[in-house]
Design a protein around this ligand. Sequence first.
Ligand code: ZN
Ligand code: MN
Length: 434
Amino acid sequence: MSKYHLVLGLEIHFHLRTKKKVFCGCIANFYGAKPNTHVCPTCLGLPGALPVANFEAVEKAQILGLALNCKLNEFSRFDRKHYFYPDLPKGYQISQYLYPLCLDGFVELDNGKKCELERIHLEEDTAKSIHRSGETLIDYNKSGSPLVEIVTKPIFESAGEAVEFAKKIQDVVRTLDIADVDMEKGQLRLEANISVRTTEMKEKGILPDYKVEVKNINSFRFLEKAINYEIERQSEILEKGERVPQENRGFNEVKNITVSQRKKEEVKDYRDLPDPDLPPMFFDKKHFEDLRKNLPELPRQTYEKLKSKYSLNDNQAKFLSNGDGLLLVEKFYSLAEKSDPIKVANLLINKPETRELSNDDFLSQIKAFAVSEISEERLNEAVETVLRNETDAFEKLRSGKDQVLMYLVGQVMRELKTKADTTKIISIIKSKLN
Ligand code: ZN
Ligand code: MN
């Protein structure tokens, strides 16, 4: 057990799906288009061109805020964040600093832990640099795309928690239907602010005085690897009595390590100031109420409902309220009206080939599946497989340790990938004892 504990906050950027870009009239969907065909004076950053905020983007960011339990600001505005980079033609990015659209909020993990957010804001994306044979080309199609940024508190204590959180954000965004968040298209990017601290610091609630920012992570697997690599690397540095430098690092996907990019600039270097070209925004409570009324059922509500209304077990409820399982929920609801919800869930989860069936065909499959579920022969096979693999447990049972019986029953159900009649399984297991 390492003596250092992870302190981790995430920043998640994703592209909203809007008709137009965030501050100009260019069509936002540029995927597959020729370079520099979705551009205008505003998103090219030409002098004198003026931005106009896209209300569709503002509203979608606010809907996300409501879904993530945020407080929506009645006053919000855009600020200029200055830095120099070839793909940022104005020399600043329009973002939100002091008055973001949404504050606080949280996401609940499956184990009940509430991961708190700091804020959600709206900003513009940069253009794209393409480095090729010693030259850099710039494609401005991406410039001015609406980006949402979610910033969490340093709340995560393991890479697993961070990955679960990020996946839940993706699920919520897809449920709200405000973005595609396709990681392969670079529509969802993760940044991890990572540091470690001693047990004593943790007990006293002291945060480390540095953080390492791993930028531009584009898969959940890389996020996990980058975090675990940093825990090791930083612990080793501290163990030697040295300080961990505050810096930006990137994840090298080939070597599975992080590499230093640049020392982090101080916050003041961005010289954030209100953007005078964009009027501040005021929202009334009625606007927020209208948005709230139109929220769909969110994954966490689906999870609760599957357990309470349909009596699914925890694994079934988790399956149908996470990731691709969410795509099956509507089908589940409509079938559960007409049949035993537990059987419907079993079939949908365990027999992927049934997912495409019409409801009528599905319902007749349930009957066939229910019969096979209790087939003596299948139970017998499953018990034999388990007893072959679980020789230790079986020996214990033979020597009179009845406690392992329920364990073996559980293993048999796992083998069957479905619930089955417990008493039947027990009697088959016992029959094998002699
Ligand atoms: Zn434009
Ligand atoms: Mn940002």
